[in-house]
Design a protein around this ligand. Sequence first.
Ligand code: ADP
Length: 360
Amino acid sequence: MATVDLNDVRKVYAGGVEAVKGVSIAIPDKQLCVLVGPSGCGKSTLLRMIAGLETISSGTVAIDGKIVNAVGPTERDIAMVFQNYALYPHMTVYDNMAYGLRNRGTPKAEVDSRVRSTAKVLELSGLLDRRPRELSGGQRQRVAMGRAIVRNPKVFLFDEPLSNLDAKLRGQMRVEIKSLQRRLGVTSVYVTHDQLEAMTLADMLVVMNAGLVEQIGAPLDIYEKPASTFVASFIGAPPMNLLSLSTESSANELEGKLLGLAPPGGQAAMLGFRPEDAELVADAEDRSGALMLSATVEAVEPVGAETFLHCSAAGNRIVIRVGGRTAAKPGDKLRITATAEKLHWFDRGGRRLDSTSPSS
Ligand code: ADP
């Protein structure tokens, strides 16, 4: 049981790099909070400050309401699962899981009961006598988690724990981590650069960019209402289509098409829509209250259940998602429409123009 509260946390490294520039996040008890953002945005630095592995330049980190800035990592009651989960190769699964408890002088009977109950939760009971090399990648990952869980910590911290696994295993482990975290109800902070992993795991998603928080919210709320063009481009694959309204050629070409459409206030510089929110239309007639675009197909990318049409439209590159099989081929001219409620408007600074934006 624990909350984790970051209040205006900053980190300036010795060399002068300001890796985290004032981040505030309030993580409620039992929630899985995912920090996502491109490489170098400060996610790991933030996680390491929560862990106590990195000093905090200013601001506070509190666990369960208690400021821990000056508390050492071993006294913070947290457990960290790293990307490189480095199990001891010469030890059995049992001993790997028992190691930390024994080191703390936990009585033998308690070590045994905790290791066995954790093994049960993780479905590792039949593997306790094996050594890491006799396990699959997924089983090893579970042992690494077991080693963290067995200590019964207040908070779990995950630093890209799945990035060394192949795509299929990563998908399976994602589901396992999520269900395990639910069952155990341990507040967790999870760092990844993979937006799909972030979307599927998070109760609370924090999108970071260049040392700052861009947006905090539930994954689908962020997907549906990205607070900035950065978030719109980072969350979702393929990313949101963004049409520039500020370059002359694009604006001219779009001008006639935007009749009856207006941003919810302010000067719009970008207009966005998701690949799945565009519709192909057969007729040449413009629909009022909807964006109409003429596009030329440049590439067709079938992925099975769906196909992505890469097109040029009004001087921009856009992607349209259609069904699995399509007759479209490069060179085809298409008419595309997106209704007003599917459009996203952004100002010159890339911020969402929307009075009810859930941005942080
Ligand atoms: P992320 O986890 O999002 O990839 P990091 O937190 O690792 O980002 O890094 C954020 C920034 O801080 C980067 O510019 C990185 O080069 C810099 N950085 C990370 N660790 C150190 C360090 N020990 N000393 C100096 N700069 C660092």
